[in-house]
Design a protein around this ligand. Structure first.
Ligand SMILES: Nc1ncnc2c1ncn2[C@@H]1O[C@H](COP(=O)(O)OP(=O)(O)OP(=O)(O)O)[C@@H](O)[C@H]1O
Length: 260
């Protein structure tokens, strides 16, 4: 039954002009699963994220969140129904503190759900929940630092804090570890694991170390089609995936790690 899935894509298609970029993508993600979407450059990974989060409209097909159609809905409606997409570092309020950035996101998400009087009564609660998020993203000791004065990795952690602040159960993270060093990446994967515990996670990721360290399942997108959706072990062993993508990527990353 569709309602058993946190997120479901049914034969989703998206064309830009005459060019079909997403060509009948289907995917069914169970609650609590962590899914990485991988695939070659230009396969349509970002486009798929835009379609799920409502930034782009599907050309045809259906997208369901907890069993309910969300295709055709605006991004804020989809957010209100429990799907949050990561903000980019460029969307942080640089001149606000870490605490204020997370609190803003929390208040913003509550604005839709509460009458104003309730909203005021809940401010104490908001402050406490903001503190909890800061602890989760390990920035509680930097609560008063302006976002623009954080390191890049800290800014990306704040970005995740803002994404989860509204309490969404389905989280979309777009290349969360891009631009980080190897040691930062390792710590960050652990952080993502912790903050998304019990939630459904979809991530677009190029780093295969992150993919295999984080994902319960991997969706392989090639030319706008999901050619495989399975456990990391099964995807790694999949001949079609090896030929279309993974063989060359793994070889490249192994060569890079060997210092070539
Ligand atoms: N608004 C748009 N108008 C026209 N073409 C677009 C638009 N957005 C994306 N495309 C095209 O769709 C294709 C898929 O792009 P997309 O960014 O989704 O791929 P991707 O898998 O995320 O790539 P990468 O791994 O390089 O980030 C590309 O050929 C891109 O040029």
């Amino acid at each position: 039954m569709s309602s058993t899935y946190a997120l479901e894509l049914r034969d989703v298609r998206k064309s830009f002009g005459k060019t079909e970029i997403i060509r009948g993508a289907s995917l069914a993600v169970k609650p609590g699963e962590r899914v990485a979407i991988i695939g070659p450059n230009g396969a349509g990974k970002s486009t798929l994220f835009h379609l799920i989060s409502g930034r782009l409209d599907v050309t045809s097909g259906e997208i369901l969140l907890n069993g309910e159609r969300i295709d055709g809905k605006r991004p804020y409606e989809i957010y209100r129904r429990g799907l949050a997409r990561s903000f980019q570092v460029s969307n942080l309020f640089g001149r606000l503190s870490v605490f204020e950035n997370v609190r803003c996101a929390m208040l913003w998400s509550m604005g839709y759900r509460y009458a104003f009087w309730k909203f005021l009564a809940d401010l104490q609660d908001v402050n406490e929940r903001t503190e909890e998020v800061l602890e989760m993203i390990k920035l509680d000791k930097k609560r008063n630092v302006l976002a623009m004065n954080l390191t890049y990795a800290e800014q990306r952690a704040l970005e995740i804090g803002i994404t989860i602040a509204g309490g969404s159960n389905v989280i979309l993270l777009d290349e969360p570890t891009a631009g980080m060093s190897q040691s930062e990446t390792k710590r960050f994967v652990q952080l993502i694991r912790e903050v998304t515990e019990g939630k459904t996670l979809l991530t677009v990721e190029h780093d295969m170390g992150v993919v295999f360290g984080l994902a319960d399942k991997i969706a392989v997108l090639v030319y706008g089609e999901v050619i495989a959706f399975d456990t990391p072990e099964a995807v790694r062993a999949n001949q079609r995936v090896q030929e279309a993508y993974l063989g060359s990527v793994l070889a490249e990353q192994q060569a890079a790690m060997a210092g070539h």
